[in-house]
Ligand binder design. Structure first.
Ligand code: NOJ
Ligand code: MG
Length: 593
């Protein structure tokens, strides 16, 4: 009855669906916390639980002083755009002092702003201006490693009595008279995770580039230092942190070799060659994450709203959930840990509606009921969603993640469907990619980091003509905010904005359901609001051929509220179930009561 070909109006089906056993792609009724038994309806009461977070990649956002690099004053100039789009909070990728070996993820002073970006005063101004507009500000926090130029590392190199154990140092192992690293651990950026220091006559650990030595979390002084950094920025007035690479905080105390993963696509130098049972997701790492949360909760106790943390982890989905907190809920971790599974790791170009269904269901299936789901399409480490999954899917995916319950995360440019830029190895900066130009096109993350395309003037309005640090994509004449704003009722940007406006009415709901079905190429997701029974249904044809919705779904009176840019529907049109949906067309309708 509630199987794939139900012809009932979905609200009716809803009452039956809880009794059905779910097969992949079947209709399934979920509460807003992703549960199937109708329990655990949850009121999302805290500000962040229904927020849209917008990741700004500062160096590529807006260059206010025309020196080729984006800066804090540039972000301030664009706050009106961010507000216009309906965004609740921005997350800035690192703006701290840094030699920029890994574009700011190599920090040489945790408490100061790099001159590329401006000054602490500029940051203060940015916070004030954002807060005036009701926008919260999240900073990146990079606890696993510092820059090798950080004063702590420079002192550690010299075996300074205070800083000697701030990093992970080990003696060499001599094999047949040759010096070799202490074990087989690999860097995520390829090759041994150990680098020899002539000065100290020991190896130091770097899970990322050689210029990013890992901090030694088994030293309580390090834990205290990094907690103090959190407090410093909380005192400064920030609203929370995106925590970088936290899976890597602790390593095995016995420094045991890691076993091979068996991944046949990885060579012995590749990170994927080993199974990271001793360098990732260690028990002590999770405890520290829970301690960071305690610190934030204590700090927030006397404030009017909580300061939050979101963690970056690419571990398997069950392990990833532990960063939210324990499964029992006895200890809390991140307010949310990024969901890379549904739209990044779990989907590929040419995906079917059943795969999309499964990708979403998977996250719901794993997340413990007490935590808040989140939906992420991309970031500065992933090929842009337009390029990765196809520009023709961008509107549908933006609408979809907006009607799914919980947090929505947008990487700057996704609101206009910006695609990857064109960058050569010589122009590139990504440290892991420029090591080997012959594989640059496959490995570089520079493509998704090219400047934001504001308008059709010189350098896409990123600046006034100085050579940008990474080239502006040639696609800017077709794809830019200004033209989408002015001429395009049907543009990616206007669709994004309309969706965020609609999303406002989903706030403060005592509970609602998402109903997901997949019928051949037709993907259907439903969101029912509890207070007034408003019932929204997204019809999304993921295939290459037109489909007729009435083949699968009972006809009902429904009004189009949002549609993809390739759709012939207008807002306010009656939706025609007997008509066709074009390839990749998406229509969000409200069922008439
Ligand atoms: C994850 C960041 O997102 C990435 O850009 C960086 O290279 C690594 N962590 C190392 O900090
Ligand atoms: Mg570490």
């Amino acid at each position: 009855m509630c199987n794939t070909r139900h012809k009932m109006k979905s609200l009716q089906c809803l009452m039956f669906a809880v009794f059905c056993s779910v097969a992949f792609g079947d209709t399934v009724v979920l509460t807003n916390t992703g549960k199937e038994d109708g329990s655990n309806l949850k009121l999302f009461t805290e500000w962040w639980e229904t927020s849209v977070f917008y990741q700004i990649y500062p160096r590529s956002f807006k260059d206010s002083d025309n020196d080729g690099s984006g800066d804090l004053q540039g972000i301030i100039q664009k706050l009106d755009h961010i507000q216009d789009a309906g965004i609740d909070a921005v997350w800035l990728s690192p703006i701290y002092k840094s030699p920029q070996v890994d574009n700011g993820y190599d920090i040489s002073d945790y408490r100061d702003v790099d001159e590329i970006y401006g000054t602490l005063d500029d940051l203060k101004q940015l916070l004030d201006e954002a807060h005036k507009r009701g926008i919260k500000v999240i900073l990146d926090y990079v606890p696993n490693h510092t820059s090798d130029q950080h004063a702590w590392f420079q002192a550690s190199l010299k075996n300074d009595s205070v800083y000697a154990d701030y990093y992970v140092w080990k003696d060499a192992v001599i094999v047949n008279g040759t010096r070799t690293p202490p074990n087989n651990w690999l860097s995520e950026f390829k090759g041994s995770a150990w680098e020899w220091s002539e000065e100290r006559q020991q190896y130091y650990l770097h899970q990322f580039s050689v210029a990013q030595p890992d901090l030694n979390y088994r030293n309580p002084a390090v834990v205290n230092e990094l907690k103090d950094v959190l407090t410093y920025w909380l005192d400064f007035g920030v609203d929370g942190f995106r925590m970088d690479a936290v899976f890597a905080l602790f390593e095995d105390a016995q420094f045991r070799d890691e076993p091979p993963s068996g991944d046949t696509n990885s060579g012995p130098e590749d990170y994927g060659y080993l199974k990271h049972i001793y360098t990732a997701d260690q028990h002590e790492t999770l405890q520290l994450i829970y301690d960071f949360r305690d610190l934030l909760d204590k700090y927030s106790a006397n404030l009017s709203y909580p300061r939050i943390m979101m963690t970056e982890v690419y571990s398997d989905i069950a392990t990833t959930m532990l960063y939210y907190g324990t499964y029992s809920g006895s200890r809390k971790g991140a307010h949310f840990t990024f969901n890379f599974w549904s739209f990044i790791l779990g989907l590929q170009k040419g995906f079917t509606s059943t795969q999309l269904w499964g990708s979403i269901y998977n996250w719901f299936n794993y997340i413990p009921a007490q935590y808040t789901p989140n939906w992420v399409l991309g970031n500065h480490d992933q090929s842009r969603v337009s390029t990765r999954l196809g520009p023709e899917n961008v509107d549908a995916l933006n609408i979809l993640i907006s009607i799914l319950p919980g947090v929505q995360v947008t990487y700057n440019g996704e609101e206009i469907g910006q695609e990857n830029g064109e960058v050569t190895c010589e122009q590139g900066y990504d440290p892991q990619a420029i090591k080997n130009c012959s594989t640059f096109n496959q490995t570089s993350r520079d493509f998704e980091r090219t400047p934001f395309q504001w308008d059709s003037t010189v350098n896409a309005g990123f600046n006034e003509g100085a050579e940008p640090w990474l080239p502006v994509s040639q696609k800017y004449l077709e794809t830019n905010l200004e033209s989408q704003n002015v001429t395009g009722i049907n543009s990616h940007y206007n669709i994004y904005k309309q969706t965020l406006q609609l999303r406002q009415s989903f706030r403060n709901e005592t509970g609602y359901f998402v109903l997901l079905s997949s019928y051949a190429n037709l993907f259907v997701a439903e969101r029912i609001l509890s207070s007034n029974n408003d019932d929204y249904v997204l019809y999304y044809n993921v295939g290459d051929e037109a489909v007729t919705p009435s083949k699968y779904i009972a006809e009902a009176n429904a009004t189009v509220v949002i549609r993809s840019s390739n759709s012939a529907y207008n807002i306010g049109d009656l939706f025609n179930y007997n008509g066709t949906l074009l390839a990749r067309e998406a229509v969000l309708v409200r069922l008439d009561k």
